[in-house]
Structure formats: C-alpha cells, structure tokens
Design a protein around this ligand. Structure first.
Ligand code: ATP
Length: 323
C-alpha cells in the first residue's frame, strides 16, 4: 500500500457528545504528523456528494466543549448498496483521499467495512450514546448521556419524594439497555426493563413496588429502555394496580445533546489521536476499542462478528440495591 498522505474524517449515524473532540483530535494529530485532513459533512451522504473541505488547526478551534457534531451527520440509503460504496470510493479518489476515519455506531461500522472490503482503507472510532458496539466497552457520548439522564432522575426524584409518587422514566436504547441499566443503579431504581430481557409487568414492576412499599418505601422509580417502550401505559397500569400516583416521563432527544463530560472529551481525544497513529504506522481497516480500560484496536471484519451481552451481575446488583 502506498503511503497515506490525505485522510478524510466523517461522523455518521446518531450524533453523540464528544464527536467534536474526536474530530478535533483527528485533525490536529493528522496535521502534527504532516497529513492533509479533509472534513466530510453529513456522513456517507456527504462523501457521495463530495461535500468536504480541508480542515485546518483553527477550523477545529472552540469545538471541544460542544455537543452534536460540527461535521453534521446523516443516514444515507444510497450508500447501503454495492453501487453506492463504489461511487463513494470514486468520489474519495477525486478528492485525493487515501483513507477515511469514520466516527459512528454499528451501522456506520458496517458501511466502513464495505469500503474496506472494496479496497478503500478505513479506521472506525466508536461514537454513539447507546454503548452498543460489541468490540468496545465504551463508546464516545455514552458517559455524557448517562450524566444527562442522571440529572433528570435527580430532579424527578425530588418531586416523586415530595408527593410520594412513582415515576416511570423512558430512556434511550432501541436495542440496547446499557443506558437503562447504568442509570437504574446510579439513580436507585426499584425496577429496570431492558430490551435484551423478556419481562413480565407483574413480576418485574408491580411486585418490587408493592414489596418496597411493605418495607417502608414512599417513592418509586422505574426505568424503561426505549426499545421496550410503553412508559405511559406502564405508568397507568402501576397506578391501577397499586393506587400509587404514577407519572411517566419520556426523555427523548435531550439525552443526545449537551456539552460532553470530561471523560468523553478525554477518551474522544485519545481515540482520535490513536486512529491517526494507526494510519501513520500503515495499519488500516481497524476499529478503535476500549478493552479492560485500555485503548486497543481490532480488524473491522472481526469486530463486526463480536457479540455484546448485558451484564447479568449488574442486573442482579440492581435488584439487591432496590431492597
Ligand atoms: P447509532 O448507533 O447512533 O444509531 P449508527 O452508526 O449505528 O449510529 P446507522 O443509521 O445505523 O447509525 O448507520 C449510519 C449509516 O451507515 C447509514 O445511513 C448507512 O449509510 C450506513 N450503514 C448502516 N448500516 C449499514 C449496513 N448494514 N451496511 C452498509 N452500510 C450501512
């Protein structure tokens, strides 16, 4: 493979706080090593349209603290075909790109794998609030999303306590319950319902609430992952069955925004720099990951074969701590 001199960077899929810190790290580390860095707007859709420009040290100034992504993001149906991938590679060549750094979730990884398998070098950085990428313990934006939800829980708890109410909170995670399970523990929930586990409303929600009441509890918190849904109906059912006033809150997109936490900024900076260093060393078609607290990398095809499961010990812990 010839030496990599020009790299493209894009953000794809759902936006996540910390993506900007990763873009900044890619641009500044790239320039530090003498590379030319092109910023591609709106993910693979922008790549297909040639919507890109050269980034400078200053074009990534004043973005480290901002949520969202200055490069913007998009979902592209056109890219999801062999013809789309081939077209994207031909456009990348028009702009002189030798490799692409993709910051995004699982779907974005699959798009990058298609590029890699058609001969175009890629590196992926995990960026999604859901933390649902199998090859890594952590994804950029997850920590900020957890803290945003925790902040909402603390506010909801104040009013639930004052009125002796039950609160049902629906949090993001269409297929993954990592946000739900973590905030259940950090927020002290009586019950948590995850998309990965089948559930029975009487066994998993009503019983712990009534048992908690018998042990002297005066307010209750139930966390529902978005993939399970139905927070309003679940709240009604709890009220009917227990006579405890119950309110549902669906947090929605508030969880995607906001200034990234220190952890997300530092990890995004480290992963962005790591991605550029891999390319400098001639390593291609890798995904960046955190494993046992250490930043490492895997082959993209191997990474997409990996499976991630919910931590049963944490599920059990939540039940014990809700006593
Ligand atoms: P999030 O987890 O935050 O939703 P994501 O990266 O998983 O992020 P997607 O919408 O699934 O978000 O994917 C982003 C883009 O990646 C898609 O619009 C598409 O262009 C490409 N992509 C998604 N799935 C595939 C696939 N199976 N094969 C090839 N490309 C894909």
């Amino acid at each position: 493979m010839s030496e990599i001199k020009t790299i493209g960077v894009l953000t794809s899929g759902g936006d996540a706080p910390g993506m900007n810190a990763a873009v900044r790290a890619v641009v500044r580390t790239g320039i530090y090593y003498g590379l030319k860095v092109m910023g591609i707007r709106k993910g693979y859709a922008g790549l297909l349209n040639g919507d890109m420009e050269e980034m400078t040290l200053r074009s990534v100034g004043d973005i480290i603290h901002r949520g969202g992504t200055i490069l913007q993001t998009a979902r592209s149906a056109e890219f999801n075909s062999e013809a789309g991938v081939k077209k994207a590679i031909s456009i990348a060549k028009v702009f002189g790109l030798d490799a692409l750094i993709v910051i995004g979730g699982d779907g974005s990884y699959r798009g990058a794998r298609d590029l890699a398998n058609q001969g175009f070098p890629v590196i992926c950085i995990p960026g999604t609030i859901d933390n649902d990428i199998a090859s890594t313990e952590y994804t950029i934006g997850f920590d900020t999303a957890l803290n945003t939800v925790q902040d909402a829980i603390d506010k909801i708890r104040d009013t639930a306590y004052s009125h002796e109410r039950c609160s049902v909170l629906e949090v993001m995670g269409r297929h993954a319950g990592y946000i739900a399970l973590n905030v259940a523990i950090s927020g002290g929930a009586e019950a948590v319902i995850l998309p990965e586990k089948e559930f029975d409303i009487d066994r998993d929600i009503i019983k712990p609430i009534i048992e908690g009441r018998n042990r002297g509890k005066k307010h209750y918190l139930v966390i529902i992952a978005e993939g399970v849904g139905g927070a309003v109906e679940i709240a009604k059912y709890i009220e009917e069955k227990t006579d405890i006033k119950t309110r549902a809150t669906i947090l929605g997109h508030i969880q995607r925004g906001g200034s990234p936490t220190v952890y997300d900024r530092v990890m995004a900076s480290r992963m962005g720099a790591y991605a550029v260093k891999l390319l400098k060393e001639g390593k291609i078609n890798r995904v960046i990951a955190l494993q046992k607290g250490v930043i490492t990398d895997f082959d993209i095809n191997e990474a997409l074969q990996m499976k991630k499961t919910i931590d049963e010990e944490m599920v059990e812990l939540n039940k014990i701590l809700a006593l």
